[in-house]
Design a protein around this ligand. Structure first.
Ligand SMILES: [Zn+2]
Length: 278
């Protein structure tokens, strides 16, 4: 009896402790959590309302349009992963920024220097990480991609193994879950030349070795004499409307040691090699 009373009081104690702990951890993000849930609820209303609100064609007369819901459909999936550096000094600072309605930015995931992965936006929802961007013919990368921010100040910060290893694990899950093509793991600077330079000095080769994005081979072959560097950049996905900016973006990703807006003979060998992989 004594035993059972003890165990009862100890379980009450444990339960109370859990309540206090969960109250503490919930309270910290309670306000932003509520905003998230309310917004998500609003979006779920939009997709479950029939007929869909505001989606009938204005140019068609009412008598010429109707709604009949099909029984076969799914939810759209992300097809790209865009990697960023936060250009901030800590994970806490980035989380705070992503809570700021005024800042208006967010990412699906943030990864700390010690490898902690913080999930902030459901993969099926659109986070505000890409901004004005273009890759190939895609002009709305926010709608088609998962954004991953890596805590790094963007200057001389190294990329710790713990952080890169967590990223590799996350990428493996995302690639498998959404069937994302190898070519579609790219950086913010790739899709927003001139505007962005992140992630800087990033270990893209480590990612490419695991099947996330491409990297050039150790042995580089000479391109044919009629090799057109502008067309190659465009074919890979770069927006070449500002060619020097596209060249700089390519070099931020693949050359890194020199990011001037001109292609050296070695840069051209790298470009040709990368181009042949697409
Ligand atoms: Zn970025």
């Amino acid at each position: 009896m004594l035993f059972s009373r003890l165990s009862k009081s100890s379980s009450i104690f444990t339960f109370s402790l859990l309540l206090i702990l969960s109250a503490c951890s919930t309270n910290k993000y309670a306000a932003t959590e509520k905003i998230y849930k309310d917004k998500a609820k609003d979006f779920s209303k939009i997709i479950s309302t029939t007929p869909p609100l505001g989606q009938l064609y204005d140019s068609l007369e009412a008598t010429n349009q109707t709604w009949v819901g099909s029984v076969n459909f799914g939810i759209r999936k992300p097809n790209f992963v865009v990697i960023h550096h936060t250009a901030q000094d800590s994970l806490a600072q980035t989380i705070k920024t992503f809570f700021s309605i005024k800042a208006g930015t967010s990412a699906h995931y943030v990864i700390s220097r010690d490898g902690k992965v913080v999930h902030m936006v459901n993969d099926y929802l659109r986070a505000n990480h890409a901004g004005i961007s273009k890759w190939g013919k895609d002009t709305d990368l926010n709608s088609s991609s998962i954004g991953i921010e890596l805590d790094n100040n963007g200057t001389t910060d190294p990329w710790p193994d713990a952080q890169v290893n967590s990223l590799l694990k996350l990428l493996a899950t995302l690639k498998k879950t959404y069937n994302i093509p190898t070519a579609n793991f790219i950086g913010h600077s790739d899709i927003a030349p001139r505007r962005k330079n992140d992630p800087k000095n990033f270990p893209w080769k480590k990612l490419a070795d695991k099947g996330f994005g491409y990297w050039y081979d150790d042995v580089l072959k000479n391109p044919p004499v009629d090799f057109n560097t502008e067309m190659a950049l465009k074919y890979i996905g770069y927006d070449t409307s500002n060619l020097p900016a596209a060249i700089t973006a390519f070099k931020i990703h693949f050359i890194q040691s020199d990011i001037t807006a001109a292609l050296t003979p070695v840069d051209i060998l790298v470009l040709y090699n990368v181009y042949t992989k697409y």
